[in-house]
Write a protein that binds this ligand. Structure first.
Ligand code: SF4
Length: 524
């Protein structure tokens, strides 16, 4: 067996940044799978160099030299960065592979720039690529295990990759853990809605927490489970078995439906400090928010009451919303969210513009079929830089007016002060302030306002948004050039654009393998 020199690059962000929130949090946003791949590569006898790019390093200097295989993980908004990095390394004779959300959502496009593109990845599948390790060009090999792996390496095994990553965080250091994959709910826009819920082993959770207590004085854990606490008692038992309560802090995304008062009491005892439930819409998805058939203002009141109950037990709450869903019409959904901001001042609202990430969710087929998906470059697909689905009930100007108004309202000094006063603990109080005055509040208001102005003043922008032109407006191209910095010159020709209908056009086929490598169909 050839002993490979493997480089692993976890692209937490797409380019250099100076934003305060990014400085504090990006090192805490590392993905788990690149660390998993690192462990598996070493278990197969290969050497690994690991880089987590947070936007503050000199990426060109950090990238490992003299490697045989570069494995990159990226969300779609970092795809152009990933493509440029891949091109740079391929020119130097390195074989490249892409995994992570972008590879799952846009495998057809990624295969134009990588030798291997991974969907669901398990150790056996990775081993086949390691054994093969050769260029596949002009179109790379697309690989996917039929399902998510049944087990992942422990924190103990991943620690050598975690430790240098969280060392980059200046103040708060957060360790990524995961206890389950998939979700039993079926929110039609969500990548996890088609992945069967699957716990990963509760003994490992206990062992991982015990291990962390030997490494960190007071570990803080970010749970990467799509929906934390579905097997609530098993989770809490596993956490309690690790030691006396209150020695570890936890952050998790969880449905409101799982956050009953008895659950909240137990979560408080066990150190859950931050919770991020998804409300998404005032008109649907009542099952996951425990609001049943309540809609509109009734749902606002009920969710606000629930959030105010949560805050008695958990100091930090972010409530997530999707703006521009097909059920939304007129000013009402935005006004309702403003009422919610008033009624539950403690909650930091997280807004996402409706986005269709390739083959992430079956609903995207419908958007593609009805011609509503726009070809915005991946670089802008981060739920706020652009919205690549034309809204059903709004023209773009009206829509952006509502979004700007709501964002201003939610991050006004009045709202910031009320949030500060309503939040009990010091770190959550200041985290909310930093988020409001940094990229999430002020930064987004600036960006939305610019886009709104361009819709009035720049014909090329208007035509692009209306789907009347596919020529990328100068404003967006300049943004990518600026963000990529020195990597811009390595962006392969054609890599600014992609086929936004690739999922629809591929429904006759699934993942295909080349050269005898195992491949299985990706779930539709
Ligand atoms: S509850 Fe959350 S994780 Fe589960 S399908 Fe809905 S959005 Fe996705």
């Amino acid at each position: 067996m050839r002993r490979l020199r493997v480089g692993i690059l976890d692209l937490v962000t797409k380019g250099p940044t100076r934003a305060l929130w990014a400085r504090v949090m990006n090192p805490n946003m590392a993905s788990i799978m690149p660390q998993v791949v690192g462990v598996w590569c070493e278990e197969e006898g290969h050497s690994v160099t690991f880089v987590c790019y947070t936007g503050f390093e000199d990426l060109m200097a950090e990238l490992p030299q003299g490697i045989d295989l570069l494995f990159v993980t990226a969300f779609s908004h970092a795809a152009q960065t990933a493509y440029a990095v891949s091109n740079l390394f391929r020119r130097g004779g390195t074989v490249t592979a892409l995994g992570g959300p972008h590879a799952r959502c846009y495998p057809e496009d990624a295969a134009r720039y990588f030798d291997y593109v991974f969907g669901f990845t398990d150790k056996a599948l990775l081993k086949q690529a390691l054994d093969d390790c050769q260029p596949h060009r002009p179109v790379g090999v697309r690989l996917s295990a039929g399902r998510q792996p049944e087990a992942l390496p422990s924190i103990r095994q991943r620690w050598k990759f975690i430790e240098p990553t969280i060392a980059k965080a200046p103040a708060i250091k957060i360790v990524p853990m995961i206890g389950s994959l998939g979700c039993p709910y079926t929110c039609s826009f969500c990548i996890d809605s088609t992945v069967d819920y699957q716990p990963l082993g509760f003994e490992q959770i206990t062992d991982d927490l015990k291990f962390l207590l030997t490494k960190l004085e007071r570990p803080r854990i970010a749970w990467h489970d799509p929906n934390f606490g579905v097997r609530f008692n098993d989770y809490m038992d596993a956490i309690e078995a690790a030691g006396p309560p209150g020695r570890v802090d936890h952050i998790a995304e969880s449905s409101l439906s799982l956050l009953s008062e008895p659950h909240l009491k137990r979560m408080q005892r066990n150190g859950v400090k931050a919770i991020l439930p998804g409300v998404e819409s005032w008109y649907e998805l009542g099952n996951k928010s425990r609001t049943g058939s309540h809609r509109g203002m009734d749902k606002v009141r009920q969710v606000a009451e629930h959030v105010n109950l949560i805050t008695r037990y958990i100091p930090y709450i972010q409530t997530n919303f999707v703006l521009g869903l097909d059920v939304d019409d007129g000013p009402e959904p935005f006004e309702l969210t403003k009422r919610f901001v008033d009624l539950a001042p403690v909650a930091l609202p997280g807004y996402s513009l409706l986005s269709a990430f390739g083959r992430a969710a079956p609903l995207n087929l419908e958007y593609q079929r009805t011609g509503r998906v726009l070809p915005f470059p991946f670089h802008f697909l981060n739920n706020n830089s652009a919205m690549n689905v034309r809204p059903r009930h709004y023209d773009w100007r009206t829509f952006y007016d509502h979004v700007i108004d709501l964002t201003r309202y939610s991050f006004s000094w009045r709202a910031i002060a009320r949030r500060f006063a309503a939040t009990r603990e010091t770190i959550p109080k200041w985290m909310n302030v930093v988020r409001a005055v940094s990229s999430e509040g002020s930064g987004r208001i600036r960006h939305y306002t610019t886009v709104r102005r361009l819709l009035d003043t720049d014909r090329s922008v208007r035509d692009y948004f209306e789907g009347e032109s596919t020529e990328l407006p100068r404003f967006f191209e300049d943004r990518i050039r600026r963000d990529l910095g020195p990597l811009w010159e390595f962006l392969p020709e054609g890599a600014l654009s992609h086929n936004p209908l690739a999922y629809l056009e591929s429904t006759a086929g699934g993942f295909v393998g080349l050269g005898g490598l195992r491949a299985a169909a990706e779930p539709a």
